[in-house]
Design a protein around this ligand. Structure first.
Ligand code: GLU
Length: 482
């Protein structure tokens, strides 16, 4: 096989959407697998809708995912003469023609057709203009676009995912290649660039299938051989509708900011439309590269299941060594003002232990903030539901007060000793250990669930545990009005 060259060609009219990110993952995996090249092309010919901020967002997202490109970024806005030259060649070879129709004229015709309920396609008015009419329009300097002259017949191609596809050319209109202001349309710029960049495989969403027929016609008009095509099934939301901006987090940077790990996102995206033969679900990047193949891309539209992404992210979090995880969590804890940079050097061993006991329960890095906040501050609210159950009467006050006294007198404040203390006290008070354990957890963490209680006790230390028990006792007194 000649060199594999693929590309991702985002339009910077938005951030990197999960659909484009999935396309980027598939292109990148395919390039890695075949030791080919992955090209980044920014399709920014629509200046009004493109912005540098969006380009930066796209580049940051690709880098965060680890999808490093081998060539580019190439900007279509800097390549205008290339497209204009190709359009000119097509004109000269009579494969294209000037169109002087105004947008208003075209709109009126479209509306008339709509009223009559007939599908509208450009009527080739300008193709049939007489020489005199053309000269007249030229002398008036009427703006003109360039349209492709779609030949008669059929257009067919073999898609690597959707197999043999065919369309009657009479259902394809003479598409505009170059607008009257000299800007190319997406289809022309895409073909010219894919040719010039020697792209061997165009891998993109199946929403581009109608464009592919048009693009093949452009290749043919230019006398060139089209690349191979693989169209990817569309990603659906949980409601089975096409995933769109309605979703809160559809930009890759949102996932980063919510505390997803890039390896988990890559793994998850790679399974949106593809699966390895053995149906393994958690796959490292190296395994993905080894197992990925376009032949195994599904035709059916996959559903974007956020819970699955969270589960997968949790698996990746659990598998991280504590040291590495602490580095990842750092930013989130600092942003939430729970710790300072200084703490990271002074209390590193303590922070490592916290990360270590929390990681089993965290699905996202932000969970380390929500579930771990109590380690850093006693300014938390007690969980509403647990309050009624655990802090309900003066008996609890008595038990927590006793616990506080016992903890105060404890020598060597570690998890084994504090567990022994709680169990002994339960025997002395003739209650089940759970009747001490649950209110104790609520008092020192504000929550009814979490990691091992005695590990928490040890990590908080005697002074803090005693202080929190005191606080809880006062709180219950207030609540009961005693
Ligand atoms: N700019 C197009 C898009 O973002 C590229 C499509 C293609 O890969 O050809 O959908």
């Amino acid at each position: 096989m000649s060199e594999i060259r693929v590309r991702i060609a985002p339009s910077p009219s938005g951030y990197l959407h999960v659909g484009t990110a999935r396309t980027a993952v598939y292109n990148w995996l395919f390039a890695q697998k075949h030791k080919g090249k992955f090209v980044l092309r920014i399709e920014d010919t629509d200046e009004a809708r493109s912005s540098n901020e969006m380009v930066k967002g796209i580049i940051d997202s690709l880098l965060w995912l680890g999808l490093k490109w081998d060539e580019g970024p190439f900007y279509q806005s800097q390549r205008m003469p290339l497209y204009q030259k190709s359009a000119q060649t097509l004109l000269e070879n009579k494969k294209a023609y000037f169109c002087y129709c105004t947008p208003e004229e075209l709109q009126t015709k479209r509306e008339e057709a709509q009223k009559k309920k007939i599908a509208w396609k450009y009527d080739r008015k300008c193709y049939f203009l007489s020489q005199d009419d053309k000269q007249n329009l030229e002398s008036k300097k009427v703006p003109k676009a360039i349209r492709l002259l779609v030949p008669e017949g059929k257009t067919s191609f073999h898609d690597l995912v959707y197999r043999d596809l065919e369309k009657e050319n009479r259902n394809i209109e003479d598409l505009i290649l170059l607008r009257s202001d000299g800007r190319p349309t997406y289809n022309l710029a895409c073909v010219v660039d894919d040719l010039e960049m020697k792209i061997s495989h165009v891998i993109r969403g199946n929403d581009h299938l109608p464009n592919t027929f048009k693009q093949i016609l452009i290749y043919q008009a230019l006398g060139e051989k089209p690349p191979a095509f693989a169209h990817l099934p569309l990603i659906l939301g949980m409601d089975r509708a096409k995933i769109s901006k309605r979703f809160d987090a559809v930009s890759v940077t949102d996932y980063r900011d919510q505390g997803f790990l890039p390896e988990a996102v890559i793994n998850f995206l790679s399974l949106l439309g593809w699966s390895p033969k053995d149906n393994q679900e958690v796959l490292s990047v190296a395994e993905l590269i080894e197992k990925f193949s376009l032949e195994n891309v599904h035709q059916a539209n996959p559903v974007f299941d956020i819970q699955k992404l969270e589960w997968m992210n949790g698996e990746y979090i659990k598998a991280q060594p504590d040291e590495k995880l602490l580095g990842l969590v750092k930013k989130f804890w600092i942003e939430a003002s729970l710790v300072t940079d200084e703490d990271f050097s002074k209390k590193k061993a303590w922070l490592l232990k916290i990360v270590g006991i929390l990681k089993e329960r965290c699905k996202k890095l932000t969970d380390f903030v929500d579930l771990g906040k109590f380690f850093f501050t006693s300014e938390f609210e007690y969980e509403e539901k647990a309050l009624g159950k655990q802090f309900k009467n003066s008996e609890v006050v008595a038990r927590l007060t006793k616990l506080k006294e016992k903890f105060q007198g404890l020598d060597g404040f570690d998890k084994a000793k504090s567990e022994e203390l709680v169990r002994n006290l339960a025997t002395d008070l003739n209650v089940k250990p759970a009747e001490l354990i649950h209110p104790l957890r609520l008092a020192i963490t504000g929550m009814s669930f979490g990691p091992s209680l005695f590990e928490i006790v040890e990590l908080l230390g005697k002074e803090e545990v005693v202080k929190r028990l005191e606080k809880a006792v006062n709180f219950i007194h207030n609540k009961l009005g005693t």
